[in-house]
Design a protein around this ligand. Sequence first.
Ligand code: 4AD
Ligand code: MG
Length: 460
Amino acid sequence: MQDRIKAILQLEPSDATVKAEGWVRTKRDSKNVCFLEINDGSCLKGLQCVIDKAKTDTALLDRIGTGASITAEGRIVSSQGGNQKTEMAVETLTLIGECPADYPLQKKRHTVEFLREKAYLRPRTNLFGAVMRVRSTMAYAVHSFFQENGFVYVNTPLISASDCEGAGAQFQVTTLDLENVPKTEDGKVDYSKDFFGKMANLTVSGQLEGETYATAMKNIYTFGPTFRAENSNTARHLAEFWMIEPEMAFCTLEGDMEWAEKFLKYVFSYVLEKNAEDMEFFSKFVLDGVVDTLRHVIESPFAHMTYTEAIKVLEPENDRFEFPVKWGVEIQSEHERFLTEEVAKRPVIVTDYPKDIKAFYMKMNDDGETVRAMDVLAPRLGEIIGGSEREYRYDVLVKRMNELGLKPEDYWWYLDLRKYGTVPHAGFGLGFERAVQYVTGVANIRDVIPYPRYVKSCEY
Ligand code: 4AD
Ligand code: MG
């Protein structure tokens, strides 16, 4: 196993021979020496390889250009140039894979739009290398936060027969022949002939199944892909995204909010510590001051307001909004940004939304109008977490389902939880890509996931 370039860059000059493997980012030639900067994705910086032309086959050197894969063996020496502390004095150079001149990532700044078209190569750029390292660290931090706090990781199904959010934005899973769909006598699709013998979809959330495990193991979390067939062509929506959904039994909305705040702050702090170099890069080239903003968020308590209070703050500002608000309407991202950026100047947790704009499973307040929901809103992005205390009273839940036209018999197992040892419980969902966007300052969600899926786009 070879050392990664990140480790090689930490070595002091010595006579030991070191071997590096990577892809050429830049090549600079002078009369007697050639400089190759190679990168292997382990860190932002590359290793400067200095090649003495007198001792090297120049025909081989001519074949090495930007993008080629090489191995270089030599000693680590102090660097003459000012850009790096050390460099490699190469003794043996091997070309593994040539890279012709039509390589799309030539040395210049490319736009994110251009790079999206080259999604299979973009991890070789500084920006995407840094984003994907941070994404990976954040995934690790998610697991370590919950594991350290005694939560059990539960894998909920991706193919599901129930609609958690009731928004009807599901992708159907079927093996029926679409050219020749079997029909029942009354002309409807005959799902008894389908693979599962009933209609099935890709999951929009693992919450309902997560609740069944929380009401056995107390604290659980899920972390997996989620699918939404929403026709939302925005910088914060994907059709396939990753969601983290903790669920806690013997827990009310207050506990839910505490966990959410503690969790976000843990993940942010973890990345600032582990990916300091990448974070500096984002602060310098992506979003000015993003590191300071994160520090500020970690240090200050989140603001709290109810939906009703939020509407009171927003209504007098209606002139500035594309969608004016009044009590009862959905809060859109422009309002979320106003609340976080102009009013609170930090993340805000909004609670107690009107029942008509939230899902069926949220606990009804005594006013009969609002539910124990909470959304965590972040500056720049708006909603990054959606959660609630769950309705754990059997009769109230059945009544609510009927009001919304959901068939209680379709949710028989979910209702059984309210029959067999019911307990107050609560949970939330964090959109993983939105969290990565927030941490890196990257403006478009399509640039924080390797292969984004959205309306009319499913490349690679
Ligand atoms: O608010 P949502 O729809 O809540 C739920 O799914 C609940 N079942 C969560 C729970 O209580 N266990 O989604 C949760 C989060 C949102 O706050 C947002 O960050 C993200 O998931 N999200 C999306 N991210 C990217 N693209 C989309 N289309 C998203 N839809 C939701
Ligand atoms: Mg939501």
